[in-house]
Design a protein around this ligand. Structure first.
Ligand code: NAP
Length: 288
């Protein structure tokens, strides 16, 4: 059985990944309590002891505000930590998947969807950290896949992490019943977390390089939110729950969508966003 070592193992992505593949791979899931990735010596020791075939490096501090307010800590975890993992991969001949983000494009002037060959210009500390880590990792390791994720969505599951995401956030708005402003000037790629996880091991068979992931999404955040409420069966509450925010990002609409044609060439395909949302709601048999 091939071995996979996960960093960030208690997070939203990895808890679901482990559930799905625990019988197909020998998985060592690590997070801060077992392996703080900023501890270079411990990283090396752990990798040597487990001797993984693959490493999925998902550990990060992904909160934009926290990273902006704590740039040194953010750099230590998101850049130095990633480099520690890459050096250990090299030492034990493990192939590495580095999870990066759409946010590397969050200050680009031109609109998305961005292709892998476009030059990213990140504005936030988190985006800058990830872009810097990408560069350092490419310089360190040949056997490397860099996957730029878009905003993952999913619903709470037993013993799994849950993060703010478009579907869960919208459900919370409905449950709290408090009218909330939602911008119509933001366009983001979205990814149903299980659609990505279900196809994930195909990554191990594609050429090393940088790839964009996720569903194509022509809709604004406002349109998606309304669509979710409709699919939840509460279309009649849209006006009571959602206020269209036309001011936020008015001057320069925020567009961090990714073009995923490259992965499509290797048979890794994502549903259209509306279909992905429908799929998730159906799989969880969720209706209000
Ligand atoms: N979720 C998304 O929409 C999305 C989109 C684009 C990219 N990504 C990237 O995808 C990856 C996985 O995302 P996710 O949503 O699963 O993130 P997550 O839920 O925040 O999980 C990340 C995990 O890393 C841990 N971690 C933080 N500092 C660490 C350290 N020094 N050593 C070891 N572990 C540490 C976190 O622990 P604590 O919680 O204790 O800090 C957390 O359990 C991340 O790299 C993220 O940047 C995610």
């Amino acid at each position: 059985m091939k071995k996979i070592l996960l960093t960030g193992g208690n997070g939203f992505f990895c808890t679901r990944f482990t559930k799905k593949y625990q019988n197909d791979y020998e998985i060592l899931s690590t997070d801060v309590p077992e392996l703080d990735i900023t501890d270079e010596k411990k990283v090396m020791e752990t990798f040597k002891a487990f001797n993984p075939d693959y490493v999925i490096h998902a550990a990060a501090i992904a909160s934009t505000d926290f990273c902006n307010n704590n740039p040194e800590i953010a750099h230590k975890v998101n850049v130095t930590g990633a480099l520690n993992v890459a050096k250990a991969c090299k030492e034990v001949n493990a192939k590495m998947v580095f999870i990066s983000t759409e946010q590397v494009f969050n200050d680009n002037i031109e609109s998305g969807p961005y292709t892998e060959d476009m030059i990213p210009t990140p504005k936030t500390m988190y985006g800058r950290n990830k872009l810097k880590a990408e560069k350092l990792l490419r310089e360190t390791l040949d056997e490397l896949w860099i996957l730029r994720f878009t905003w993952l969505f999913g619903l709470p599951e037993r013993n799994c992490g849950i993060n703010p995401n478009i579907l869960w956030n919208t459900l919370l708005i409905a449950l709290e019943g408090k009218k909330t402003k939602v911008t119509c000037n933001e366009y983001r790629g979205l990814t149903y977390v299980h659609e990505l996880i279900d196809q994930f091991t195909k990554i191990f068979a594609i050429p090393y390089g940088t790839y964009h992931t996720g569903s194509h999404n022509p809709l604004s955040r406002y349109e998606i939110t309304c669509f979710i409420l409709k699919k939840l069966g509460i279309e009649e509450r849209i006006d009571a729950l959602i206020e269209k925010d036309t001011e936020k990002y008015k001057e320069h609409p925020r567009d961090v969508r990714l073009c995923t044609d490259q992965l499509r060439k290797y048979g890794i395909v994502f549903s259209d966003t509306k279909d992905a949302i429908k799929k998730c709601i159906e799989e969880f048999k969720f209706k209000l």
